[in-house]
Design a protein around this ligand. Structure first.
Ligand SMILES: Cc1cc2nc3c(=O)[nH]c(=O)nc-3n(C[C@H](O)[C@H](O)[C@H](O)COP(=O)(O)OP(=O)(O)OC[C@H]3O[C@@H](n4cnc5c(N)ncnc54)[C@H](O)[C@@H]3O)c2cc1C
Length: 487
């Protein structure tokens, strides 16, 4: 290893180079046993305001301390095997995968907390009915679906109720068509799903009405139905995964750094390897990997982190705003399954975005389900309006009106009357042109990986994505072809 570390984001600033004289173990409580063994060798530099662990000496005998950089004084160094940046469902499940699947230590770093991003808004459908068998995402979707089922099973084996713990409900999935054209397409999809081993059926109007009597249906209505699809509650699931991850804190393998936006990267000067991330308070070193999982912020995070590098890397993820309306449901609408109108597929696709300019790319399509509390969850909207997360009442009204087209009982109630009994969830889906997330190494930046861009499927694809990056990092034989997701 070279003797210096390049602090990329600050390398425009004037620097003071200070030799490490003594180090001092930071006592972060989360560094692996191996690091603990190094404590005794730690010394502290009297002139360096941060505390530096001796294991850092492997990579640095000199520390660049930018004079006017804005880097916080008192910056601690923590060393882990893997640093995961972003604690949405993607970052959390990546951390979980490393903790359960290896003996590596993990730091999870977030600008805020796990449900601050898209994850807290998600409807929770873990579906196959809306996927295209044989497409580039199919294998990952099926793998991930199976991993979610296994997770629900392991919750049951712990003596816990998956409904209470994860909001896990085997609702089945109904993709509803409104025209004969839609229905012809749905029949073809069902045939394809069956060919690929998924138990799926096409329901004509009468069959659909028997399943969901609350629907108002015309003659041309029909639905694709996958009884084995299910939903989770994102907040309950996040709480469960977080709790599981924290069990590893006691053995020094896991630390969360919340409310700490990552501001810069540190690279080894000679090898170019990414060795650490810097927050305002801490420098967090990843010996094996630094994994960026910052959802729709990944483009700006990468720009910030790589801005001083000579490598030009465009990560074109965009925030795609979505609203969901959650209503106390005094039996206004009884639902037996979770639903989505088939037009949703066009809205979610890449074509839906590229065909329209940013301003007119707003779309509303009906989704409806009951959450674990029995509340009616209605969706959803898609807008490309930057990073704005304000509730837009005109969008909420359009979601309500759209739901009323399918559930006449809602037409008898005014949304205004529900004002005290409603919540609106807003989140920014990480939309990636091409429609597939990026999962893999960042070209030109050894030991740095990215997992982002899951748009409206991040909950569905989380466990498979986590497994994929885990396998890549450790050089394991891939369980799913990663090629469609490479950068
Ligand atoms: C209305 C709506 C409904 C949805 N319904 C479904 C559904 O039914 N099924 C499904 O599968 N998916 C659904 N999704 C999509 C799903 O919620 C997302 O794909 C998923 O949550 C993305 O997860 P993520 O971890 O990539 O991003 P996020 O949850 O956005 O997490 C990114 C994290 O990065 C952090 N961060 C940002 N910048 C920094 C920085 N500089 N340093 C450190 N941390 C940083 C943020 O604070 C945030 O916590 C829905 C989304 C919306 C909005």
């Amino acid at each position: 290893m070279a003797a210096t570390v390049l602090n990329m984001a600050f390398n425009q600033c004037s620097r003071r180079v200070q030799p490490l004289r003594r180090a001092y173990f930071s006592g972060c409580g989360g560094i692996a046993a191996a690091a603990a063994a190094a404590r005794s060798a730690c010394t502290r530099s009297p002139n360096f305001s941060g505390r530096i662990c001796s294991s850092y000496r492997e990579i640095s005998t000199e520390i660049f301390e930018p004079a006017q950089s804005g880097r916080a004084s008192g910056s601690d160094l923590h060393t882990f095997d893997v640093v995961v940046v972003g604690a949405g469902i993607i970052g959390l499940t990546i951390a979980r995968q490393f903790l359960l699947g290896s003996n590596l230590s993990v730091a999870l770093v977030d600008a805020a907390v796990p449900c601050a991003g898209a994850t807290g808004a998600g409807q929770g459908y873990i579906w196959r009915v809306n996927k295209s068998p044989g497409s580039h995402k199919w294998e990952l979707a099926v793998r991930s679906h199976g991993l979610w089922e296994a997770l629900a099973e392991s919750v049951r084996n712990e003596g816990l109720d998956p409904l209470q713990t994860l909001g896990w409900k085997k609702t089945g999935s109904l993709l509803v068509g409104k025209t004969s054209e839609d229905c012809a397409d749905l029949k073809k999809s069902v045939d394809k799903l069956v060919d690929f081993g998924v138990s799926a059926v096409y329901l004509n109007r009468d069959d659909l009405l028997a399943e969901e009597p609350a629907l108002k249906l015309g003659d041309a209505h029909g639905a694709a139905f996958v009884p084995g699809d299910f939903q989770i509650d994102a907040k309950r699931t996040v709480a469960y995964i977080e709790k599981g991850n924290r069990k590893f804190a006691a053995e020094g393998r896991y630390v969360e750094f919340y409310y700490e936006p990552v501001t810069s990267l540190l690279r080894d000067e000679s090898s170019g390897e990414v060795v650490a991330v810097q927050t305002k308070k801490n420098m967090i070193r990843g010996k094996k990997a630094v994994i960026i999982a910052t959802g729709c912020w990944t483009g700006s995070v990468m720009d910030q982190l790589l801005k001083d590098s000579e490598i030009d890397l465009d990560f074109p993820v965009k925030p795609r705003k979505g609203h969901l309306l959650v209503l106390d449901n005094d039996n206004t609408v009884e639902l037996n399954h979770a639903l989505m109108e088939s037009g949703y597929l066009n809205h979610a696709s890449a074509a839906g975005v590229s065909a329209a300019s940013d301003s007119d790319a707003t779309s509303i399509s009906m989704t409806a389900t009951l959450d674990p509390m029995g509340r009616l969850v209605l969706g959803s909207s898609r807008q490309l309006v930057g990073f704005d997360t304000e509730v837009d009442e005109t969008i909420v009204q359009r979601i309500w009106d759209r739901a009323g087209d399918f559930f006449p009982a809602l037409k008898e109630v005014s949304l205004q009357d529900m004002i005290d009994n409603r919540k609106v969830r807003v989140g920014l889906r990480p939309y990636m042109p091409g429609g597939a997330p990026k999962i893999g190494p960042v070209p030109g930046f050894p030991k740095m990986f990215v997992v982002a861009g899951h748009e409206g499927e991040g909950l569905t694809l989380a466990l498979g994505s986590a497994e994929m990056i885990f396998d890549m990092t450790l050089g394991n034989t891939p369980r799913v072809d990663a090629e469609p997701f490479s950068m």
